[in-house]
Design a protein around this ligand. Structure first.
Ligand SMILES: [Fe+2]
Length: 469
């Protein structure tokens, strides 16, 4: 009886995995080559890189348009790097990466790729709908005694958000940082996060990101913006193995603290999302809540990188600037009638030195951020770009956004507010190109976790005008 049952289970599994319909070729899938993740990273210009995370011993083949087949390259092989001693958490353990990361640059002009039994549409050159998420992970952090109920889909809703966002069929997904939150073991008395994976190795990445994000990873290419949780001394090793836009190398892996002054500062780059619009991605992961002195090495790094942003910002008509930390935003408050400034003082000290009038280079029309676990859309009478904060995609809410900010209020220095909208619940956002408008005209929509639109903002010429739906 037992043998018979086992055989039926085996046969059913084999049958389900053997023949992949809709593909130009058949693949035999086994437990070891079923991938852990398949996704595309959109990088500089219009370059896109297909990535596969797998427990298989070798990288799979990818076939472009059903014809040209190539073996994917190894990006990062399985390893357990030496334990870093600089964790901010009392419990620390070696980060076990028992998976192989493979990659292949998307061939020019192809329509689709077949890899590990999946057919994936090629990235689009003209992006019309963007899904935006940030701060998605489930917080488990002993140093703050903060343990989110990762086992409760209502209290950690990233899986629901990923499903709702994928149903909107985006052309591109942007994650504005802080993907990994499971830094400490769940206390034994806490049922909300009981038996949850933790640490900086693959198991925690799988639970915190790859598993819940699966439908959204399959929906479109992603732009990944690095958050402070992906700093080298935290989850930086996984960041480089899986998500960084550049080639992986031991020097830029976060494995050795002596290389952090390089690995913690990714060069800014631009992503073309159409003939008239581009994103500029800025790695703010090592900024500080305090202003930098001008002799601080980070000040020098960011100043140089900001000059590069200025150069990039002159290349296209409409520029969306992406950094995890906001410069113009409000911090979560204990009550919704409180107004607390939340702009990152470290970035403001650098950006304000180079661009005292508007904090950003002239070409930047919209600045988009995460880090604050709220939704905020702020427009200014002054020349500052519209500031969007979208850090409410799963990690525990930390308080309220101010319900009302009177028109004419000053956010920081001379940034005079013209229009303000906010939401303190979980959700995500889309940006839709306005077909009849100019390159700067987009429609921002904020959704609940289940995909119900609740706020819409017209974005035009660096201003946002919002209304509740
Ligand atoms: Fe953050």
């Amino acid at each position: 009886m037992l043998i018979s049952q086992n055989f039926r289970t085996f046969a059913a599994t084999l049958f389900a995995g053997l023949f992949i319909s809709g593909c130009s070729h058949s693949l035999i899938l086994t437990a070891t080559n079923t991938p852990e993740a398949v996704f595309t990273v959109q990088t500089e210009g219009q370059r896109a890189v297909l990535r596969v995370v797998t427990r298989a011993a070798a990288c799979p083949d990818v076939a472009w348009d059903g014809r040209d087949t190539q073996r994917m390259l190894q990006r990062a092989v399985p390893a357990t790097p030496r334990l870093r001693q600089d964790s901010g958490q009392a419990d620390n353990k070696p980060a076990v990466f028992d998976v192989l990361t493979c990659e292949a640059t998307w061939a020019q002009g192809v329509a689709y790729a077949d890899v590990v039994g999946q057919r994936i549409a090629a990235p689009k050159s003209e992006i019309r709908r963007i899904v935006i998420v940030a701060d998605t992970g489930c917080r488990m952090k002993a140093s703050e005694n903060a343990f989110q109920a990762c086992n409760d889909a209502a209290k950690w809703p990233f899986a629901q958000i990923a499903q709702s966002a994928a149903a909107l069929k985006p052309d591109l997904v942007i994650h504005i940082g802080d993907m990994h939150y499971r830094e400490s073991p769940c206390p034994t008395s806490n049922s909300g996060c009981a038996n949850t994976e933790w640490g900086y190795g693959f198991a925690a990445w799988q639970a915190d990101f790859f598993k819940p994000a699966r439908p959204l990873l399959a929906a479109a290419p992603w732009v990944f913006v690095r958050g402070n949780h992906e700093s080298c001394f935290r989850a930086g090793q996984g960041w480089f193995r899986f998500f960084d836009s550049q080639v992986w190398s031991e020097a830029r892996s976060c494995n050795e603290p002596k290389n952090d002054m390089d690995a913690d500062y990714t060069e800014p780059y631009e992503v073309q999302i159409g003939k008239d619009t581009q994103l500029v991605v800025f790695d703010s992961s090592k900024t500080s809540g305090k202003a930098f002195s001008q002799v601080d090495p980070t000040y020098g790094k960011y100043l140089t990188q900001l000059k590069k942003v200025e150069t990039l910002a002159h290349q296209k008509m409409t520029i969306f600037f992406l950094s995890h930390h906001p410069l113009l935003a409000f911090a979560p408050a204990a009550q919704a009638d409180q107004i607390k400034s939340g702009g990152n003082a470290g970035l403001v000290s650098v950006f304000g030195a180079l661009f005292p009038q508007r904090l950003f280079p002239t070409g930047v029309s919209v600045a988009m951020h995460g880090h604050v676990h709220l939704f905020q859309a702020i427009s200014f009478k002054s020349d500052h770009p519209a500031s969007l904060v979208m850090g409410n995609s799963g990690s525990a809410n930390e308080g309220f956004a101010p319900k009302n900010v009177p028109e004419g209020s000053v956010a920081i220095k001379n940034a005079v507010i013209a229009n303000y909208a906010a939401r303190s619940d979980y959700g995500f956002a889309t940006l839709d190109r306005v077909e009849s408008g100019s390159a700067s005209d987009w429609l921002l929509t904020e959704y609940t976790t289940t995909g119900v639109p609740v706020i819409q903002c017209q974005i035009s010429n660096g201003k946002s005008l919002c209304a509740n739906i």
